[in-house]
Design a protein around this ligand. Structure first.
Ligand code: COA
Length: 332
């Protein structure tokens, strides 16, 4: 699904992010599984990741990121029309984590719901929020990408334990001021490839955890090499498509923010779409893959580091379980 806005109706007016204080380094992982700092760095680019302490729930991370994104946009929680939380690791089965966020920040007038699109969730939320703001009555929407992936990681599996981290990133989406705006979004899925990246427990397939005899089903499972190939191809396609449809040249793009899964995926995508690495934001070394939180954390850090300024055009591109993928072009 593609959406091109010749006259953008909405803009990103504020960003915020939060990652937990507990850091798990590659050296820590060396003590947990048969791996090495050198292997992890050269194969993934990851040095460390932030992990929650026991007792912290996903909506706690969301609250921290959300309050910063609202403050920057000068939007009071009571003036939010909607809260969309993209996550595959919500607080509980139901209600939606977005409802807990609504309560925690006091957004009493908002509709609150979750969205499940794995790592692509934030770009899906951006596309949906942009469309919701096409109704004149809706003015302010909070979108959050967040995960506590440490809660579904098999810490005995070296194929996956090295990759993931926890965090939250939020954006306040407002009506466009005529200059800034969401210029285009593209989101797509292919359920035929779902088994390559999945977690089987926790749904109706295995309603009773005691029925799960195969330990692997209780955690994220992934065919790493296959996922890698599809991720590069789909991210390249999604980036090229949105650049073409919005009518941009590569030189118009100030910063590329790709999903932070693996530095080798990021470099391959940048090379294939001919964007130099100087124009690519990378923080996978600090956080690993935080799934739906990856792009909004990177976006917030890029803005706070002065890498995106007023009227700069930013391209975001993502890939995740489902498979799901997507891209967005935003003028700040
Ligand atoms: N430490 C040391 N060795 C490891 C290891 C680890 N943590 N994990 C795997 N290995 C071993 C494998 O067992 C294999 O050994 P073998 O050759 O004796 O069989 C070897 O390293 C190579 O494994 P392979 O899976 O081919 O490595 P890779 O170069 O494909 O890297 C990933 C593995 C997971 C880092 C990579 O495939 C990847 O990043 N895939 C995409 C993951 C992703 O982004 N998922 C989320 C998408 S949103």
């Amino acid at each position: 699904m593609i959406e091109v806005n010749l006259n953008p109706v909405s803009m990103i007016a504020g960003t915020g992010s939060y990652t937990p204080g507990k850091i798990l380094t590659n050296a820590d992982l060396e003590k947990m599984v048969d791996t090495s700092d050198e292997w992890i760095r050269t194969r993934t680019g990851i040095r460390e990741r932030a992990i929650v302490e026991n007792g912290t729930v996903t909506s706690d991370l969301c609250k921290e990121a959300a309050l910063k994104a609202l403050e920057e946009a000068k939007v009071l929680p009571k003036n939010l029309d909607a809260i969309i939380v993209a996550t595959i690791t919500g607080d509980v089965r139901f209600p939606a984590t977005a409802c807990y966020v609504q309560e925690k920040i006091g957004a009493v007038n908002a509709v609150a719901f979750d969205l499940s699109a794995a790592c692509s969730g934030f770009i899906y939320a951006l596309a949906i929020a942009d469309n919701m703001l096409k109704a004149p009555e809706n003015k302010n929407i909070l979108i959050i990408g967040t995960e506590i992936l440490s809660s579904i990681t098999n810490w005995k599996d070296r194929n996956t334990a090295i990759l993931f981290g926890d965090g939250a990133g939020a954006c306040t989406i407002k009506k466009s001021d005529g200059k800034s705006g969401i210029l285009g979004t593209y989101i797509q899925s292919d359920g035929r490839l779902s088994k390559l990246l999945t977690m089987q427990a926790g749904g109706t397939k295995y309603p009773d955890p005691k029925d799960i005899t195969d330990e692997k089903l209780k955690y994220i499972s992934m065919e790493g090499r296959e996922v890698f190939k599809h991720a590069v191809k789909k991210m390249v396609d999604a980036a090229k498509l949105i650049i073409r449809e919005v009518g941009l040249k590569n030189s118009d793009i100030k910063l590329l923010i790709p999903h932070q899964a693996n530095i080798r995926i990021i470099e391959a995508v940048a090379k294939k779409i001919k964007i130099p690495m100087e124009k690519v934001f990378v923080n996978v070394d600090k956080y690993g893959n935080t799934s739906a939180a990856s792009i909004p954390i990177a976006l917030d850090e890029a803005r706070k580091e002065g890498k995106i300024n007023k009227e700069d055009i930013c391209l975001m591109v993502v890939f995740g379980g489902g498979f799901t993928w997507g891209s967005a072009v935003v003028r700040f």
